[in-house]
Design a protein around this ligand. Structure first.
Ligand SMILES: CC(C)(COP(=O)(O)OP(=O)(O)OC[C@H]1O[C@@H](n2cnc3c(N)ncnc32)[C@H](O)[C@@H]1OP(=O)(O)O)[C@@H](O)C(=O)NCCC(=O)NCCS
Length: 162
């Protein structure tokens, strides 16, 4: 019913409009956006979901970040159009992109979000991982993409440079 494909530059503004619709106004004021400023999303992991008529129904993007000295993926934003929510599309976007991230060789992934939603995909609260303030530490979640990848990884989350 939905076709997933890698986001291209032609999709960018359509995805931005979907995020504007799905998130509260001022979403770009969130501290997580400071980690994205001037850094391109990770190629091959950011996906769009379109219905059979080509209408955009959902999207997910990823950015690279550092936690202490270690690389990590920052999942998000992920959003599904309000008329398409609750049909499993969010789950499809998350699971499919995480599988791609594993194949691409990423070891760990983090996000800022609601634990009751993300627990089902294997995310748990990260201890000692500090997002730029103001961020509620209970919303800082992560998951290993390779065995034990978060073990010993702590510190400030900073923008990917170089
Ligand atoms: C969150 C979002 C991407 C989920 O997409 P979706 O396609 O509706 O999700 P799914 O169909 O895979 O899953 C739906 C289930 O997740 C639950 N769910 C959705 N958002 C939730 C949340 N924030 N906390 C807890 N549960 C949530 C729904 O209640 C539903 O539960 P059910 O399976 O018991 O009925 C979508 O609701 C959305 O775009 N929301 C607005 C933007 C947003 O909040 N993005 C996430 C930022 S953390």
């Amino acid at each position: 019913m939905f076709q997933l494909s890698e986001e291209t530059s032609a999709d960018w503004w359509e995805v931005e409009a979907l995020y504007d619709l799905c998130f509260a106004p001022g979403r770009e004021a969130l501290s997580s956006y400071r980690l994205r400023d001037g850094v391109p999303p990770v190629p091959g992991l950011s996906l769009v979901a379109r219905d059979r008529d080509g209408i955009l129904a959902g999207a997910i993007r990823y950015w690279p970040v550092r936690v202490g000295d270690s690389p990590a993926l920052l999942l998000g934003p992920v959003a599904v159009h309000p008329t398409r929510q609750g049909e499993g599309l969010g789950a499809l976007l998350i699971k499919d992109s995480l599988a791609r991230a594993r194949i691409a060789g990423w070891d760990r992934v983090m996000l800022v979000g609601d634990a009751p939603y993300y627990n089902r995909f294997g995310f748990w609260k990260l201890e000692g991982v500090e997002m730029p303030p103001p961020t509620n530490p209970d919303r800082v979640l992560g998951q290993d993409l390779s065995d034990g990848a978060w073990q010993g990884v702590k510190g400030r989350v900073t923008r990917w440079v170089g």
